[in-house]
Design a protein around this ligand. Structure first.
Ligand SMILES: Nc1ncnc2c1ncn2[C@@H]1O[C@H](COP(=O)(O)OP(=O)(O)OP(=O)(O)O)[C@@H](O)[C@H]1O
Length: 263
């Protein structure tokens, strides 16, 4: 049986009277691509936010590599190896691509406001160069070398999404949370992004938890899919079993054609 990297148990979360999540439990196997799907407002982003630490659930627990992270701050979870990208782009638009990715690296740096001024005299310079070389590897992997010095805000949407992935990778995550990585992309950009996600998973061994609305992509690259509906888990299984499930078809009523196509 494969090892579990993320164990989510009985998570419930409410905003006032709105129940965003009700008693949701699931396990993510280490090294897998795990997708969360469901209609609008089903609780997908809320679940990602509970895992990253942006939201604290009202009840339940989240364990990462056996460590209870339920009440840890987002930065502490990042230190343990949980990285993420956002549904709406969260890059520094006025900074270069390179600087945006270096920001993702900062939590791994020992250099700080105190040692920074000693840059030329201390280990800080060496450290900066080592980090820079790691960042260059990521830039090569994601094929964004040609825009490394460009201002992030001036890039096409597809490229900005790729830079965001690069920044999340810079953190050296063991688990990466992707919130709609292909939203707003054309077909070619989607194919590229799907390939990068698969390579990240297969070559770098990073576990992926992804929210994505494009059912074709979800079916193609996921090992497991969890379906949420009105904040509750409907099913969590292999892509084929999920798409055959009558409750899933019911939740996606009106989207049967899309489901058929994806199958
Ligand atoms: N910060 C918040 N404050 C109040 N209500 C919220 C907040 N975040 C989410 N909700 C509510 O919780 C429910 C689940 O929202 P969530 O964004 O998690 O769904 P989703 O499945 O990601 O939707 P979508 O596919 O549209 O992004 C919705 O009813 C939403 O309005």
């Amino acid at each position: 049986m494969s090892e579990t990297i993320l164990q989510v148990e009985n998570i419930s979360l409410a905003f006032g009277g709105v129940k965003a999540l009700t008693d949701v439990s699931f396990d993510v196997p280490k090294g897998s691509v795990f997708s969360i799907i469901g209609p609008n407002g089903a609780g997908k982003t809320s679940m990602l936010n509970c895992i990253s630490g942006r939201y604290q659930p009202n009840s339940g627990s989240i364990r990462f590599n056996g460590i209870n992270v339920t009440y840890l701050k987002p930065n502490d979870r990042a230190d343990l190896g949980i990285g993420r990208t956002f549904q709406n782009l969260a890059l520094f638009g006025h900074m270069t691509v390179l600087d945006n990715i270096m920001v993702g690296r900062h939590h791994l740096m020992n250099n700080n406001w105190f040692t920074g001024p000693l840059y030329w005299f201390s280990k800080a310079q060496k450290e900066e160069l080592a980090h820079r070389s790691e960042v260059e590897k990521i830039i090569d992997f994601l094929e964004i070398s040609h825009v490394r010095k460009s201002i992030a805000g001036n890039l096409s949407y597809g490229l900005r999404k790729r830079v965001e992935l690069a920044r999340a990778m810079a953190l050296n995550p063991k688990l990466i949370l992707l919130d709609e990585p292909m939203a707003g992309m054309n077909l070619e950009e989607k194919e590229d992004m799907a390939r990068y996600i698969l390579d990240l998973n297969e070559e770098f061994g990073v576990t992926i938890v992804m929210i994505e609305h494009d059912m074709g992509v979800v079916m193609d690259i996921s090992h497991q899919i969890m379906v949420l509906d009105f904040g509750k888990k409907l099913i969590c299984d292999s892509p084929d079993k999920v798409m055959d499930d009558p409750h899933v078809k019911q939740a996606y009523l009106g989207l049967e054609d899309e489901l058929e196509e994806a199958c």
